[in-house]
Design a protein around this ligand. Structure first.
Ligand SMILES: *Cc1c(COP(=O)(O)O)cnc(C)c1O
Length: 388
């Protein structure tokens, strides 16, 4: 996206504007695919594509060549199925909940099988339908979250009938520390995965999340499974972020005021002004995914100037100390930047004591959303911006 779009003028009267650059999304997908041309790049679009709108995001990825999509819940899979062509494979990471067998089979949704119990359940349904059913098998290589322990996989040897009617699309596992390239858990998980893969000769392996893709070719395997990097988030906690930003967030000023020294600001009076202070109240708060932990810590930006958050974050508003700006610069209706060229997703996440994933997935539905289409000139979609 042309992240320099002029967003400082009030436009359209919304409280906040979330701009999602689908061209940058596409670019990120192609960049990851180019890093490992021998591998297939899938896309994790769970949690409504990390909050950005799976309905908008998934078709763009499909257009870029993606044919494997991962969600967490069956209901996400069902709505995605209706949105994507039949040759798109959809996988449910949380696996097969009891009662989902028929909808999975009927809608061509592939469960990620996480336990022997789920495998038995799926095998039973295949028997009922008297036809083979596809499944991805997840192996727990060291995260202790989802998937079968390698020992459980061993027991499959003694009850091979469990796999009689199951077509294993791929075996998969998930890295716990992929964003820390030097963490010893990465290599340890890779060795466990390799040993498990020996039990499934000629079966594709799906292993790397965003961070894993940047750990080197050993981690790429047949299918890669990025999420956050597609959406512009950093795949590594320690290296510079090579991805193109996808999200920009601007919030409107609803009121400005000047207060004398010794004035309390916000709930709980957690800030007492030291001197005369100019404040702006902006129209987004923790209900809009700006965590309360940003209280007296985070900031917004206007024309490159840092405007610290003053006092506690409220549900629908936040006060900013705008004393650093010349008087009259910021007015009712001006837009300040929360995520954009001056403050990355990682920056705001760090101030909030969390990670980019949580910020993205929390942004919510109250912002006016603009989707920039791939290949389109940067434009905001609202007419008042057209003459800028
Ligand atoms: C969420 C998730 C991913 C994507 O991880 P990123 O770090 O966002 O790339 C991949 N695999 C599994 C199993 C996941 O739960």
């Amino acid at each position: 996206m042309d992240m320099t779009i002029n967003r400082q003028k009030a436009t359209g009267g919304a409280s906040g504007y979330l701009t999602i650059d689908l061209g940058a999304l596409r670019e990120n997908y192609l960049m990851l695919q180019a890093k490992a041309p021998q591998s297939v790049t899938s896309a994790v679009v769970k949690a409504d594509a990390y909050g950005l709108g799976a309905d908008m995001v998934a078709p763009v990825l499909y257009g870029a060549g993606c044919r494997h999509f991962f969600v967490a819940h069956i209901d996400e899979a069902i709505s995605l199925r209706l949105r994507l062509a039949g040759d798109a494979a959809i996988f449910v990471l949380n696996g097969l909940q009891p009662g989902n067998e028929a909808s999975c089979a009927a809608m061509n949704i592939t469960p990620v099988i996480n336990s022997l119990e789920q495998l038995a359940q799926w095998a039973m349904h295949a028997k009922v339908l008297d036809k083979p059913l596809p499944a991805a098998l997840q192996i727990d290589t060291g995260m202790s979250r989802l998937g079968m322990a390698p020992q459980e996989i061993e027991t499959l040897k003694t009850s091979p009938d469990l796999l009689d009617r199951i077509d294993i699309t791929f075996i998969m596992s998930h890295l716990a520390c992929a964003d820390e390239p030097d963490h010893t858990a990465n290599g340890a998980q890779l060795s466990v995965m390799r040993r498990a893969a020996e039990m499934f000769p000629n079966t594709p392996v799906c292993f790397a999340n965003s961070g894993g893709i940047f750990l080197g070719a050993d981690y790429h395997n047949a299918i890669m499974r990025p999420g956050i990097a597609l959406y512009g988030g950093a795949p590594s906690a320690v290296r510079p972020n090579p991805m193109t930003p996808v999200v920009r967030l601007d919030v409107a000023v609803v009121q400005t005021r000047s207060v004398p020294a010794d004035t309390l600001v916000g709930y709980g009076g957690s800030l007492r002004t030291k001197g005369e202070t100019r404040l702006a109240t902006i129209a987004a708060g923790y209900a809009d995914g700006l965590p309360r932990s940003l209280s007296n810590r985070g900031a917004a930006y206007f024309q490159g100037v840092r405007l610290p958050i003053a006092g506690r974050v409220s549900m629908d508003s936040i006060s900013l100390d705008i004393s650093a700006l010349p008087e009259g610069t910021l007015r009712h209706g001006s837009l300040v930047q929360l995520i954009g060229p001056d403050q990355s997703l990682e920056d705001i996440a760090e101030d909030a004591g969390t990670i980019a994933y949580e910020i993205l997935t929390g942004l919510g539905q109250r912002y006016r959303r603009t989707y920039l289409q791939p290949g389109a000139l940067a434009q905001t979609g609202d007419t008042t911006d057209a003459d800028e």
